[in-house]
Design a protein around this ligand. Structure first.
Ligand code: C5P
Length: 408
């Protein structure tokens, strides 16, 4: 919190997430639903830039570029910063000045209200970026409770790796990094879905009978703990399409989603899965090229009107990768310079990751470390100290038009 930090820009990458599975295992006393879900971060993500605000500022500010999102004060980014400031005040009683006001810039690439966790990821990134800008840390328990207070998915993003998530989302068991590439086609109908509305529909009986999703989720968790290879996922793709207990509730909440999903499955000729409470649909591919080919096929089907449009227009279509994977045969703690571009699961972005700044990951076992976040554990390597007025470029690894950018 020294005066010279006014020149610091802290940049954090906020990845989207996918629920490979999502089983609802009961209703909790606090009204939330208990879950068993395997969640993974993607290379598609938002970029958050935070700097100490100028002396004229009277409050924390947020500017948003890219996809539209509310910039009202209740945006999760500002709530996360406010929460972090409160926590710092509690844990740093003897500090002379309260944490400075912050100016934030959010470059939005994750569709909103889509089941991809964009808002929660932004919140986790904002906590970390704010602490970085202030030059302070918080105890692990304070970080965890702040995350959980902001949203059920925020603890997952704070962990920053593939995980088995239970409770309402607060119990995060990191999984070993995937060894090899897993590519994903994302198709998000332009029909925002409220998570609360989907859970309400679930509670009102729009749910599958039996425990198929839980069975698949538990089996896959065991497999991924023992054999974190793409093969495991690709072989179980058909099961994954059935392993989301929120599908009937999402279909009820988003009219047209069932027909859209069925037609997408026909166009892709492979199982189509739902992420979280929807409406994002996804399919697995062995390579990024295949996923890009599938994205082209979907765009053509939109042009041909084979794929029915639902909601407000054309869906968001992107080819992306599971983040945080390591290349086969290369030690997990290999230096960043050894990353063979295009070979790691993080793909072309692997070499760029630390440069643009990824979030600090705290409390993670070494087994889930990977190249992209290896340097961030030491703190400073993830922060750019730039001259005043310099805007770092957003990392945005994937885009609806181009897919992940190639490394230079
Ligand atoms: O925690 P989050 O803000 O993401 O949740 C949005 C809403 O979804 C909650 O208010 C709750 O109604 C519902 N929810 C739930 N059980 C969960 C997560 C969310 O019932 N595990």
């Amino acid at each position: 919190m020294s005066p010279e930090t006014t020149a610091v820009h802290v940049v954090r990458f906020a990845p989207a997430k996918l629920n490979l599975t999502l089983a609802v295992t009961g209703r909790r006393a606090d009204g939330f639903h208990a879950l068993h879900s395997i969640m993974v971060p993607l290379t598609l993500g938002d970029a958050l830039t935070v700097r100490i605000a100028g002396s004229n500022a009277t409050c924390d500010s947020l500017r948003v570029s890219g996809l539209p999102v509310t910039s009202e004060p209740d945006n999760l980014v500002l709530r996360a910063i406010a929460g972090a400031r409160e926590a710092v005040a509690i844990h740093h009683e003897r500090s002379e000045a309260p944490p400075a006001l912050l100016a934030t810039l959010l470059s939005k690439r994750i569709p909103v209200a889509a089941g991809l966790g964009g808002g929660s990821s932004d919140a986790a990134a904002a906590i970390d970026a704010a602490l970085g800008a202030w030059g302070v840390t918080l105890p692990a328990e304070a970080l965890s409770s702040l995350a959980a207070s902001l949203g059920s998915d925020v603890p997952f993003f704070q962990a920053g790796c593939g995980a088995v998530v239970t409770g309402r989302g607060e119990n995060v068991e990191p999984l070993p990094a995937m060894v090899g590439t897993v590519a994903i086609l994302l198709v998000t109908p332009r029909q925002p879905v409220s998570t609360a509305a989907v859970f309400r529909a679930y509670a009102n009986g729009y749910r599958p009978s039996g425990d198929r999703a839980l069975r698949i989720s538990e089996e896959l968790a065991t497999q991924m703990r023992n054999d974190p290879s793409p093969r495991v996922l690709l072989e179980r793709a058909r099961d994954l399409a059935l392993a989301n207990d929120l599908i009937p509730a999402a279909v009820t909440t988003a009219p047209g989603l069932a027909g859209f999903t069925a037609m997408l499955g026909r166009i892709l000729d492979r199982p189509v899965c739902q992420s979280g409470s929807g409406p994002t649909l996804w399919a697995l591919y062995a390579t990024l090229d295949e996923a890009r080919g599938a994205a082209r096929a979907v765009r053509q089907a939109i042009v041909d009107a084979t794929l029915p449009l639902i909601g407000d227009g054309e869906p968001f279509v992107a080819a992306t990768l599971l983040a945080g994977a390591v290349a086969p045969g290369v030690p997990e703690n290999a230096p960043a310079g050894d990353v063979p571009a295009g070979n790691a699961g993080y793909g072309p972005d692997a070499a760029r990751g630390p440069e643009v700044g990824h979030r600090l990951r705290t409390g993670r076992p070494a087994t889930v470390q990977n190249w992209t976040n290896r340097r961030s554990r030491s703190g400073d390597a993830t922060e750019k100290r730039l001259g005043p007025g310099t805007e770092p470029g957003g990392p945005g690894p994937d885009g609806p038009e181009s897919g992940p950018r190639e490394s230079s």
